[in-house]
Write a protein of this length. Sequence first.
Length: 153
Amino acid sequence: MTDADVFAAFPTVPIDRDNIEHYRGLLARRLLINRCSECGRWVYPHRPLCPRCWSWDVVPTEVSGDGSVFMLTLIHQARDPRADPGTPVAAAVELSEQRGLRYLAPLVNCPLDDIGLDMPVRLTWIERDGLARPAFEPAERDREREQGWPATR
Ligand SMILES: [Zn+2]
């Protein structure tokens, strides 16, 4: 996947040298967040310098995808009325790797009545505009599936 491929896949995103690996990862269905090699701190939004130890040795690293809902927004109207409104819930998910490490993505596979703050979620992928995009779904759905419980309530 060349840099040109990444730029072409995300024409509306300001891609720079600090975040291009994140977007290259999305194309491979991997959620990469920059992490300091010196002290281990996750650095997001992406910056070239660790805010804790000032190291420039910041490396894109895959996260587990586990987290919890920190904040959410119900989207009642799409910005572009011609566009597919897609999923109506945007969540700031606090990733389990670090307190305060929050990633904004749609929340899917969850009835609106079941959504709550601090709800455990896990990374999943949805397709939008022909590309795989990160999203989150309730983590307990996996446990229900594994144990053969009905997913309906
Ligand atoms: Zn550091």
